[in-house]
Design a protein. Structure first.
Length: 158
């Protein structure tokens, strides 16, 4: 009994997992009303790319270059979420895009506008699932996908 997915099934899994991840992030942001920080938004980009790449991979599953793209995409996702998780746990300093510290106010109207466009700090964890931030969950799942993708690349011939 083989518990591992073949390449075609794997691409289908990545496709549905990526769609689920995007919809879940949008659900948390727009239905549950937890505002997303800058890095939360950046973490969605690899999933959007993975949707398109996995769709292509499902149709051309014999081409290993597509699987290598999945490894690269989820490696990038691992780096972004790892950096975000590190910021949340005070391992790394947050970059300037994560806070309002770079805003220079010249007049009252710009001050009022800056309050309405308040950027959420990347080190603030507003939503947790099973006691872990979404950046931590994304870090773990992206790393598992990279490992599984590499395993599939090495051991699956078709």
């Amino acid at each position: 009994m083989n518990i591992f997915l073949n390449k075609k099934q794997f691409y289908l899994f990545i496709l549905f997992y990526s769609i689920f991840a995007i919809f879940f992030a949008l659900y948390v942001e727009y239905i549950l009303l937890y505002k997303a920080c800058t890095l939360c938004i950046y973490q969605r980009i690899p999933y959007v790319v993975a949707i398109f790449i996995s769709f292509i991979g499902y149709n051309y599953y014999k081409n290993d270059k597509i699987l290598i793209l999945i490894v690269i995409i989820f490696s990038i996702s691992t780096l972004i979420s790892g950096y975000h998780y590190g910021i949340e746990n005070n391992i790394f300093k947050e970059f300037s895009g994560c806070n309002n510290s770079t805003i220079e106010i010249i007049d009252k109207s710009e001050l009022l506008k800056s309050f309405s466009n308040n950027i959420l700090s990347c080190k603030d964890v507003n939503f947790k699932l099973f006691g872990i931030s979404l950046a931590g969950i994304n870090l773990l799942l992206s790393l598992l996908i990279v490992i599984y993708s590499l395993r599939t690349l090495v051991y699956e011939k078709n």
